[in-house]
Design a protein around this ligand. Structure first.
Ligand code: 26Q
Length: 832
């Protein structure tokens, strides 16, 4: 790595005047750092806080990325390539500093420069507060995709919302989740560039007027009752060791004027101030739910806010190329990350028809060519719908447009399927049953040229279930793009020792060519020396995590024990409580026979619950309560430890994946669209215990069934049991182990005899068991016993671990992005 930096240094110093500002040598970095501390931060070393020092370093790194951006923009203007736009309400980036150093290839020289100044890079890395602008998988996927786009040299812009408060910080009080507001901006954000001159206006509410213009053309004017301004904030997204830098452009909402002068002059000062405060709410806070809350008006307002700003911005950039508005798709391809930005279909129609005077048919062609839609869920309750009154009051013009799109669409459906009235009702953009609502997934399907799921099973199920009718109507629109994750953050950055070992055995090309290169590790899987190094690295990662666990929770865990990890958002369908049933079953075995020879395990849980999701919050309390008892039981004697790691986020995840032995991917088959944590674990050498769900299926195919612990019903079996009337009590009646587990939880043993606390959980399992924990319990238990036995054979376990890593190359987000680029966006990497 140092050699690249040296080469760059020579180039930079010979070509530039103030080379130290962009140079990569230790001396240049040191000088930049010191100057930024004084001239940007206004601090001298003697009184500088750790945050001052962190900011000075961040500016030093940012300078170098801006230098690249300048060259990039020039290139873009000259070559005018097609640009991919990723529209997403969430980008869960994680901390920037370490990643940017890695991508620029200056981690070592920066560390050295800081050392010479008597500072530690690790200290400054720890100072960064991560931007948590997402809930979980969907937001993190957007971040991985931005990384891959930049690394592949594909010109791209991510568009989203600059939330002032991201996902809440999770604390655990008395075993319960408590939310704290995320004040990620309070010490300043050195990575963003405020662009006050890049702003767009977004209208809300009011009414429409229909009229004929001076040329006699039919036109619609929207008279809103509120207008807010969206201002751009840019974050640079560097690619790995490449010259290109892409942009993440996030919108902040502001009042159009700082005061409403009319109100001010009539003396209504407070109304004027209120107006300003209200305008800022659109980008105030990320909704902390990972499934929609029906009817939250502000959430819909956030969606139109960022979508409208983004589309207006695309039009501005496109017109600046001297092109016609109806050719917008020639400059941009826009991906809708789930339905959250799907109002874009109606908004682009409005911009083209109402504001640019383009005829409906032409505008519709343009719109369909522009958009593609990714679905991330099959759960019917999670499909986004907006009640008509809410929608119509906020977006009266969009509702008219949606009615017109729907009228034309249903005409087409009726003429291609005459007599099939129920089809028209099923696919309509408006749900007419009960309280009427707008179906956002239908809008996205109709307005897009491509629709994809995020894993093979998920894409198949989409065609069979929630989007079945659309598949029948437009089979050619549907495709699968299995998710991927970036090996830069999830291996190179978070597991540097493993990355070094891989590089020393197969060279460094794997970092950008995961699928082709990682497989070369296979030949080392039987080399005892290599296996020993592999194991030593895992052990060191486990010791580091053990220290962090102790710091955060006070719980001591044994780094020699099996690190069994289940980290993801807390959801009933993800079945964190199935693992709890397993733990209680083990506990019961020990209580019956304390001398039992069991494989020592650390059960690590982590994940946030939506603040209003009572069952998920109770699952957290159950985990911590069982932990309290198990961790302190003399009979257990430290052989089992149950840890709830608070505040699972990107920063913490970077410590957890590299230290895992076992990855828990135990959702009910057919419920998890893909999962991406499953990929991160496998890339770090954890073996998976999982169901045939989401991308688990493809991971198992890739790593081989011998290297994957499979259990549970298949999706088809789940569907069949549901259809024939699933009765969880059958399992309760016939399985004594299960009965003892549930009775113990219900008895209050885990909560000082307060038997009622977990009653809602136990009752729901016994009465409905929507996610079929009881049906999968026995299979899971037996599979976990196989895991425990396998872990005792360290040599064979290590070999499986190596094979897992060697064979998961296709789960790189680079592969996923190549598929989007080739099959959907038709964009190419820039040749330079
Ligand atoms: C929508 C409207 C109103 C309020 C909230 C929402 C909302 C917000 C976030 C709905 C859904 C989400 C997030 C969904 C999500 O993260 N899905 C996950 O996406 C991953 C990436 O494709 C998959 O790997 C996971 O399987 C899927 O659960």
């Amino acid at each position: 790595m140092a050699t690249i930096a040296q080469a760059r240094k020579q180039k930079d110093s010979s070509e530039e005047g103030a080379a130290y500002r962009t140079g990569m040598s230790v001396a240049d970095l040191k000088r930049s750092f010191e100057e930024n501390l004084l001239f940007v931060q206004g601090r001298v070393r003697r009184i500088a806080s750790r945050n001052d020092l962190y900011l000075a370093l961040a500016y030093t790194v940012r300078d170098r990325m801006l230098h690249r951006l300048a060259a990039n923009l020039q290139h873009l203007v000259q070559t005018q390539p097609r640009i991919a736009c990723y529209l997403s309400a969430e980008f869960l980036l994680g901390p920037h500093l370490g990643n940017n150093l890695l991508c620029l290839g200056i981690t070592d020289p920066v560390r050295e420069a800081l050392n010479e100044l008597g500072l530690s890079l690790e200290d400054l890395l720890a100072q960064e507060e991560e931007p948590g602008l997402g809930n979980g998988g969907l937001g993190r996927l957007a971040a991985c995709f931005m990384d891959s786009l930049a690394t592949l040299g594909i010109p791209a812009i991510g568009f989203g919302i600059r939330y002032e408060f991201g996902i809440f910080d999770q604390r655990i009080h008395d075993g319960w989740q408590v939310e704290r507001t995320d004040e990620w901006l309070h010490l300043g954000n050195p990575w963003e560039i405020h662009r006050p001159e890049i702003a767009h206006y977004v209208k809300f509410g009011g009414y429409t007027e229909h009229y004929h213009d001076e040329k006699g053309q039919y036109r619609v004017r929207w008279v809103p009752n509120r207008v807010v301004k969206g201002v751009a904030y840019d974050t640079l997204v560097p690619g790995y060791r490449v010259e290109s830098v892409n942009l993440l452009r996030l919108w902040k909402s502001e009042a159009v004027e700082s005061f409403d002068f009319a109100a001010f002059n009539t003396g209504d000062y407070f109304q004027a101030v209120e107006e300003k405060v209200h305008s800022e709410t659109f980008s105030k806070i990320l909704y902390p739910n990972d499934e929609p809350l029906i009817g939250k008006k502000l959430r819909l307002a956030q969606q139109i806010f960022f979508v409208s700003c983004s589309l207006q911005e695309m039009l501005r950039l496109h017109l600046a190329r001297g092109r016609k508005p109806e050719k917008l798709y020639e400059t941009f391809a826009a991906q809708l990350n789930d339905t959250h930005p799907s109002i874009a279909v109606a908004e682009l129609m409005r911009l083209l028809v109402d504001e640019h005077g383009i005829g409906w048919d032409r505008a519709w062609q343009t719109t369909q060519k522009m958009f593609a839609y990714t679905n991330h869920t099959l759960l019917p309750e999670a499909l986004e719908k907006w009640p008509l009154p809410v929608f119509g009051a906020l977006l009266p013009r969009h509702l008219e447009i949606i009615y017109e799109i729907n009228r034309r669409f249903l005409d087409e459906v009726r003429s291609s399927h005459p007599g099939d009235d129920s089809l028209a009702a099923r696919v309509s953009l408006i749900d007419e049953a009960g309280a009427k609502s707008v179906r956002m997934a239908h809008l996205a399907c109709v307005g897009s040229s491509a629709v994809n799921g995020v894993a093979a099973l998920h894409s198949e199920l989409l065609k069979k279930t929630v989007l079945r009718d659309f598949y029948q109507l437009y089979p050619g629109k549907f495709l699968n793009v299995t998710n991927g994750v970036t090996p830069r953050r999830w291996i190179a950055l978070s597991n540097p020792r493993l990355a070094d070992l891989i590089t020393s055995s197969i060279g460094e090309r794997w970092i950008t060519r995961l699928e082709d290169e990682l497989i070369k590790l296979e030949r080392h899987a039987k080399d005892p020396a290599f296996c020993a190094q592999w194991r030593a690295i895992k052990q060191e990662n486990k010791r580091n995590l053990a220290a962090l666990i102790e710091l955060r929770t006070g719980i001591t865990v044994d780094p020699e024990s099996l690190f069994d990890c289940l980290v993801k958002r807390i959801h009933e369908y993800k079945r964190q409580h199935l693992q709890v049933l397993h733990i209680v079953a083990l506990y019961n075995r020990i209580k019956r026979d304390p001398a039992l020879d069991i494989t020592p395990r650390t059960f690590l849980f982590g994940g946030k619950s939506a603040p209003g999701y009572a069952a998920a919050k109770l699952i957290i309390k159950l985990i911590t309560s069982v932990g309290e008892v198990v961790n302190n039981d003399r009979d257990v004697n430290g052989r089992l430890k149950v840890v709830f790691f608070p505040d699972f986020n990107v920063t913490n995840a970077q410590w957890i994946y590299p230290a895992a032995d076992l990855s828990e991917q135990i959702s009910t088959a057919g419920k998890e669209a893909s999962g991406t944590g499953n990929m991160k674990f496998a890339m770090n050498g954890a073996l998976t215990i999982g169901t045939l769900d989401g991308a688990n299926i493809e991971i198992r195919e890739a790593v081989g069934s011998d290297n994957f612990f499979l259990f549970g019903l298949t999706e088809e079996e789940v569907a069949k049991r549901k259809a024939s009337g699933y009765d969880p009590r059958q399992y309760y009646g016939s399985n004594a182990v299960l009965r003892e587990v549930l009775e113990k939880i219900a008895s209050g043993v885990f909560n000082n005899g307060n038997g009622n606390l977990f009653a809602p959980l136990v009752d729901s399992l016994l009465q409905r068991d929507d996610y079929m924990l009881l049906a999968d319990f026995q299979s899971y238990l037996e599979c976990q016993d196989r895991v425990a036995a396998a872990f005792r054979d360290a040599r064979s376990w290590t070999m499986k671990s190596i094979l897992n890593v060697a064979r998961v190359g296709r789960f790189s987000s680079d592969r996923a992005i190549r598929e989007y680029a080739e099959k959907i966006w038709k964009v190419n990497p820039v040749a330079r």
